[in-house]
Design a binder for this molecule. Structure first.
Ligand code: ATP
Length: 523
């Protein structure tokens, strides 16, 4: 039997200055099922979601309907909400310093809660608790959001999207209404890469919540670049390529390779294996007894030309290790050398001067200047390379930016376009390209494939191998174990700040790394 359609999108296009981001997209989202919205970086997924959320105005001509009711275009955020469209953006919009219940109240724009009586507050807590319970979230409404694990924060974000207000601000009944099963079934949840920044086992909990939503008859549209997650959770796939819808079908029994080829339009080639001799350079980085708040006496040798993976469960000290090596945090004990010389960078700039470049985890905060152009971001901090005396050679700067954009496959309307206008994955490519462009001795990357599509991920892997072949020591810290397969020569697993296991060569598989993270021992 055909499933009823929850959301129907007809002939939607969106042109940004000089660029067609969505081209006549028509798509039906079936009710009571999870649809994975897939596509490479820059294919138009976020643009479509922002049109549904009433953030972007589509080009004239298309139409939208929810359960056969036409919506007036352009939508406003209020009209989208009234129609039952619920959104979870990557930035969850939760306030750490407030409780779960307060965060629920905040989303209603209603925060005169000091005036609520104790009875009403208790009732409000009960509403929030029932919503949490319905979605399988085992937390007390009075818990501070800042104390929650990343996956529970995401789950709270989802639960909050479903709540409804009851009563009015002035009236007796003012307060936040919990969601009931009917609300879960009636509304349509749209999630833009909810698991992008979550390690695999945390992401699993969010997927379990989506399972729960589906079991209540709920409808969701889910964007992800993680193919295994799509296989695990989706009933249907819809694929955008260059702004056009190229597939809309049940997921069926497709394996990962089949989904990837649906997304990129061809088969992904197997990654090239690096010959062993290319990873046997001299020791470039040596740490002895390296310690910090989370790290506890790490001894590490990384060779020139080696690609080393660093992983472990949440709190293992992985990101701290990157920060200490990158000079943005100072060790409490231990020593480091780079190319045999003492290395104690007091800042990121000092690390770069010593030949250690870093691709930080939070690209929007630390990696790019959103309002500067793509070209300027690519050459940022390297102006010295294009100046002779007081004269800046703009042509040389532009040529360098063009080269980098081409080599790292940055998809942009022009080099002058602000980085803000780039899709998430393309912003990431800009950061990687810039870090690699200064001929570093060592390149550190913290979660480099967050929000990056399968093809770009492979391109980044290929470029990292190229850099390693040129003698650069590459350190990739990641919780996405797939990042290491076909890329890393060696993977070091951290557990509570110490080295717990090490894998190398063909032993590096997703399952073996996962097992080593769980047990602290190689498979
Ligand atoms: N505000 C904007 N101004 C100009 N161009 C934009 C703007 N927002 C998006 N674009 C362009 O529209 C196209 C689609 O971008 P969009 O962010 O929708 O891609 P996406 O599929 O969500 O990618 P990703 O997987 O990387 O998040 C891209 O080429 C992007 O550069």
């Amino acid at each position: 039997m055909e499933q009823p359609v929850a959301l129907s999108i007809r002939g939607i296009s969106k042109t940004f200055t000089g660029q067609l981001a969505l081209d006549d997209v028509s798509l039906d989202i079936p009710a009571g099922a999870i649809t994975a919205l897939l596509g490479m970086n820059g294919s138009g997924k976020s643009t479509l979601i922002k049109i549904l959320a009433g953030v972007y105005t589509p080009d004239p001509g298309g139409s939208l309907s929810v359960r056969n009711q036409d919506l007036a275009l352009p939508l406003t955020p209020g009209a989208a909400h009234a129609a039952g469209l619920r959104f979870l953006h990557q930035d969850l919009g939760l306030v750490d310093a407030l409780t779960i219940a307060d965060n629920f109240a905040l989303s209603d724009g209603f925060f005169a809660r000091s005036s609520l009586s104790r009875v009403k507050l208790r009732r409000e807590h009960a509403h929030v608790a029932s919503t949490l319970e319905l979605l399988g979230i085992d937390e007390h409404p009075g818990r501070l959001v800042g104390d929650l694990s990343p996956s529970v924060r995401t789950m709270v974000g989802i639960a909050r999207a479903f709540q409804h207000r009851s009563g009015n601000e002035a009236g007796d009944d003012a307060g936040t209404g919990g969601a009931d099963v009917d609300a879960l079934r009636r509304n349509i949840l749209i999630l833009d890469e909810p698991t992008a920044s979550l390690p695999a086992h945390e992401a699993d909990r969010v997927l379990a919540l989506l399972d729960m939503l589906r079991s209540h008859g709920g409808t969701a549209v889910y964007v992800s670049h993680r193919i295994e997650e799509v296989r695990r959770i989706a009933d249907h796939v819809a694929v955008l390529r260059d702004g056009r819808l190229v597939a809309q079908e049940p997921l069926g029994e497709r394996d990962a390779a089949a989904i990837v080829s649906l997304v990129i339009g061809r088969e992904l080639e197997a990654p090239a294996i690096r010959p062993a001799e290319e990873r046997e350079g001299a020791v470039l980085l040596r740490t002895r007894g390296l310690s910090g708040p989370r790290l506890d006496g790490v001894d590490l040798d990384v060779r020139a030309g080696e690609i080393l993976g660093i992983t472990g469960l949440v709190g293992c000290g992985r990101s701290e290790l990157v920060r200490l090596l990158a000079g943005v945090q100072q060790p409490s004990a231990g020593t480091m050398t780079v190319a045999g010389k003492p290395y104690a960078p007091g800042s990121a700039a000092a690390a770069i001067t010593a030949g250690v470049a870093c691709v930080p985890q939070n690209r929007r905060r630390d990696g790019v200047v959103l309002d500067l152009g793509v070209g300027e971001n690519l050459t940022l901090g390297r102006l010295g390379s294009y100046t002779r005396g007081p004269i800046i050679n703009r042509a040389a700067e532009k040529a360098a930016a063009q080269d980098l954009a081409k080599r790292f496959l940055v998809k942009t309307a022009s080099l002058a376009a602000p980085v803000r206008s780039l899709s998430g994955g393309n912003q990431q490519k800009v950061v990687v390209a810039r870090a690699a462009s200064g001929s570093p001795l060592m390149l550190l990357l913290d979660e480099p494939s967050q929000g990056v599509d399968a093809l770009a991920r492979q391109e980044i892997s290929r470029l990292l191998k190229e850099l390693a072949d040129e003698g650069v020591a590459v350190l990739v810290a990641s919780t996405d174990y797939d990042d290491f397969v076909g890329l890393a020569d060696r993977v070091v697993v951290l557990d509570r700040g110490r080295i717990a296991a090490e894998l190398s060569g063909s032993d590096i598989t997703e399952d073996a790394v996962a097992l080593a993270c769980q047990t602290g021992a190689p498979a």
